[in-house]
Design a binder for this molecule. Structure first.
Ligand code: HEC
Length: 126
């Protein structure tokens, strides 16, 4: 009986380890998350380019709607949002809920962990 319990415990540990390894292998690096989820509309430049959305270079603590020569929606331009980790996280999770009437038409498919990693990476936050 005792041997059986120990074996079961070991099996359980092995299973947990295996799941963790699989998850670690699956995790996409942040640059790839950006490429998949955002790069269709955004670059990482600091100047206006020809994408649908404004460039997202140097985003950390920048005021929303502040890239010169990009035509923002009224809603975003006057929002007063500053791009911090909580603000950007809320924006990605549900753009429309955070701020209705913007022109970012985006439906999130990232996991909470992916959003957090992408947000820190974009804002160069520790
Ligand atoms: C389908 C195109 C599209 C996709 C995909 C998209 N965005 Fe946007 N994004 C926009 C548009 C358009 C705006 C400008 C919104 C406005 O002016 O109301 C914008 C604005 C922004 C802003 C505000 C920037 C500023 O200068 O204030 C941030 C931050 C942002 N997007 C982050 C992201 C992130 C992060 C992703 C990926 C997870 C993403 N976006 C995916 C189109 C997109």
């Amino acid at each position: 009986m005792k041997v059986c319990a120990t074996t079961r415990l070991l099996f359980c540990f092995a299973l947990v380890l295996a799941v963790e390894v699989v998850q670690a292998e699956k995790a996409l690096p942040e640059a790839q998350l950006f490429a998949v989820a955002c790069a269709g509309c955004h670059t990482l430049s600091e100047e206006t380019d020809h994408r649908i959305g404004p460039p997202l270079g140097n985003l950390g603590h920048r005021l929303a709607g502040s890239v010169v020569n990009y035509e923002y929606s009224e809603a975003l331009a006057t929002s007063g949002i500053r791009w911090t980790v909580p603000e950007l996280t809320a924006w990605i999770i549900d753009t429309d809920a955070r701020l209705p009437e913007t022109s970012m038409v985006y439906s999130n498919a990232l996991t909470p962990d992916e959003i957090l990693r992408l947000t820190h990476w974009l804002l160069k936050a520790p």
